[in-house]
Design a protein around this ligand. Structure first.
Ligand code: ATP
Length: 240
């Protein structure tokens, strides 16, 4: 199968400040790549480079076999890259449905296409269907996370980048977020998951990349989860 995402020898950062030195990985349809590493390792910066928010210092990012080059972020979203940022880009004063419509904006759909995508989102996240007229600010943390994911899914991306979906959520809710991401990956969605929680990541991952100081320190498939958990633990311990 061909790669949806191919990140090759990525170097990037903020202006001239380089924080990612050499990161490579690929993701195919239906795969979940877990990008792990301690605070400040460069995980969010890698996601920002894929989204086009940070410029490349070196290397190459291909989406669907095409070099993304200097394609601006809004075009990447329209081409099929969805992002769920850690500080959820929801508008608190708008309702659930208004936030979802905003997510679909880049597609400039007619009413019927928009309605059927809204139906899809409510089907995928039934808790949102019950609250479609509620303002986002009134939702629980878990519901806001679901809405942020649903919003990113509105334009029908083929690749979803998710930054720390378990952050700040109660353990009971984390399970709900996990199962919705698992359902998505079963539909063929390619997912890059950035996580602090190794257990959350390993529950979903088809392969794992651990980075530190902007470089890959472990890349492994998740064929044997216990073995991989031990490898990730060893990689983390080696950093201390
Ligand atoms: P965390 O889990 O803490 O978000 P992370 O692995 O996602 O960690 P990044 O957010 O990618 O790490 O940060 C990587 C490095 O880049 C850190 O040293 C951080 O201080 C630095 N950094 C992040 N944002 C900026 C910025 N806007 N300007 C300059 N440096 C930044």
């Amino acid at each position: 199968m061909s790669n949806i995402l191919d990140v090759r020898n990525l170097a990037t950062g903020y202006g001239d400040l380089r924080v990612v030195w050499d990161v490579s990985f690929t993701v195919q349809a239906g795969e979940v790549l877990a990008l792990l590493g301690r605070n400040g390792a460069g995980k969010t910066t890698v996601l920002r480079a894929i989204t086009g928010l940070n410029r490349l210092h070196a290397g190459r990012i291909e989406f669907d076999g095409h070099d993304l080059g200097r394609t601006p972020p809004y075009k990447r979203i329209a081409q099929g890259i969805g992002i769920v940022q850690e500080n959820k880009r929801l508008i608190g004063d708008l309702t659930v449905e208004e936030n979802l419509r905003l997510g679909a904006h880049v597609r400039r759909w007619r009413r019927s296409a928009l309605t059927s995508r809204l139906d899809w989102a409510y089907d995928m996240f039934p808790a949102l269907a019950d609250r479609r007229g509620t303002t986002a600010a009134m939702l629980s943390g878990g519901q806001q996370q679901m809405l942020a994911i649903a919003q990113a899914l509105m334009p029908e991306p083929r690749l979803l980048l998710v930054d720390e979906p378990s952050a700040g959520l109660a353990p009971a809710i984390v399970g709900d977020v996990l199962s919705s991401l698992a359902r998505l990956s079963e539909t063929g969605m390619a997912i890059v998951l950035v996580e602090q929680s190794v257990d959350f990541a390993l529950a979903l991952a088809s392969h794992v990349v651990v980075i530190d100081l902007g470089r890959v320190v472990l890349a492994a498939p998740a064929d044997d989860r216990d073995e991989l958990r031990a490898q990730v633990r060893d990689a983390y311990l080696a950093l201390v």
